[in-house]
Ligand binder design. Structure first.
Ligand SMILES: Cc1cc2nc3c(=O)[nH]c(=O)nc-3n(C[C@H](O)[C@H](O)[C@H](O)COP(=O)(O)O)c2cc1C
Length: 364
């Protein structure tokens, strides 16, 4: 049953480029609801879920789908090497609900053009909206295999990967990348042009250098440079945490759409709020973790469901003034019954919800 929560204003909205009231009540939804052509297809809304390893799984996507308001959802990254022979009913990563395919993009990582092409062919045959090539992940385990952001050090190979995938499939091909390994936007612009000429249909650009684990602010002005350098759609990404950020990113950079990562974890209903101007019942803070726990148990075995719930809990806890208490309790539980118990106790008194999530949780 939905319980009440207290919303506390943590700090005043920053004064940015324009009057925030105008944004919230009319301009932002209007802007986000303009259709956007991507290769051979088009999307109805310009706010999309960014790919997130171990978090953008089928259960979380089902949760987001209950609220709606997004243009596309991206899967967590999947290994291109495994995809051609993967069993979707066994794999924890390459897993989907049939209903979500029309708006679902599968992200793949890999370093070999033929393997990436074969993976994309399977994804196309399964009926996904598109495929996304991961040139953004800077995690050691991925970069050591020369995948993810490591490929930004080898633009020629990265370009060949995009070209091989392009040749293999006709559906929309996305490339997600970062500034690179040096804080030089000109290199990022060259990469963007290379991806476009190799056949990419859209780019998602996160303007941070690869070693930066989301600590320093992203350089949104680099998104402007990328947008101006190519003629395919560009999704801006990085540190969009409220409507004002979203509006400012769109207006200041000219990007075609916005990809939301951590904010979607903290508030999976954010797409509906921002793109449809829908007001959300405060009880959503109480119901959402329970609903995700239930969906995780539906799609995964109990240990994996619990591990994934704990990862989500870090970002969701950022919503509460005493979120550290919630997260520290969740991180110690041994099963989903204990999760339920922690949630019941935490929500037994209306919790204080902060207007903008606590960034300390977001650097995890
Ligand atoms: C926990 C976590 C996992 C991520 N995994 C991926 C990934 O698998 N592939 C990818 O391209 N980006 C990944 N990212 C990066 C996000 O897609 C996004 O670029 C980044 O979080 C910045 O956006 P935000 O400020 O909206 O969170 C991940 C980010 C987080 C927080």
């Amino acid at each position: 049953m939905a319980q009440s929560v207290r919303i506390v204003a943590q700090r005043a909205l920053p004064i940015h480029l324009i009057n925030p009231t105008d944004i919230m009540h009319s301009n932002l939804p209007r802007h986000l609801n303009q259709p956007l052509a991507i290769g051979t297809k088009s999307i109805a809304k310009r706010l999309v879920l960014a790919p997130m390893a171990f978090l953008g799984h089928v259960a979380f996507r089902e949760l987001i789908a209950t609220f709606g308001g997004y243009g596309l959802l991206f899967t967590e990254m999947c290994s291109a090497k495994s995809i051609p022979q993967e069993n979707r009913f066994v794999s924890p990563y390459f897993k989907w609900r049939d209903e979500e395919r029309p708006l679902l993009v599968c992200q793949i990582f890999g370093a070999k053009p033929p393997l990436m092409a074969a993976a994309a062919q399977r994804i196309e045959a399964e009926g996904f909206f598109g495929v996304d090539i991961n040139f953004g992940c800077a995690d050691g385990s991925i970069c050591r295999q020369n995948c993810g952001a490591a490929l930004l050090k080898d633009p020629e190979l990265a370009g060949r990967i995009v070209a091989a995938v392009r040749k293999a499939v006709a559906f929309p091909l996305f490339v997600k990348f970062r500034t690179g390994w040096k804080d030089d936007p000109h290199l990022a612009v060259e990469l963007a042009r290379r991806f476009e000429s190799a056949g990419a249909d859209a780019l998602t650009f996160h303007p941070r250098v690869a070693p930066d684990r989301r600590t320093r602010p992203p350089r949104w002005e680099y998104i402007t440079m990328i947008k101006q350098a190519v003629s395919i759609p560009v999704f801006g990404n990085g540190d969009v945490f409220d409507r004002t950020d979203c509006w400012n990113m769109l207006r200041a950079t000219g990007c075609d759409g916005v990809a939301l990562g951590r904010m979607a974890l903290a508030r999976p209903w954010i797409f509906a709020e921002w793109s449809e101007g829908r007001e959300t019942d405060p009880g959503v803070y109480v119901d959402t973790p329970r609903n995700l726990a239930r969906l995780l148990m539906k799609h995964y075995d109990p240990p994996r469901a619990l591990r994934r719930f704990k990862r989500f809990a870090l970002y969701f806890s950022a919503n509460f003034r005493f979120g550290h208490t919630l997260y520290s309790r969740i991180s110690k539980v041994r099963n989903m019954a204990e999760v339920e118990d922690v949630l019941r106790r935490f929500f037994s008194d209306p919790p204080d919800v902060v207007s903008r999530p606590n960034m300390n949780f977001f650097s995890g």
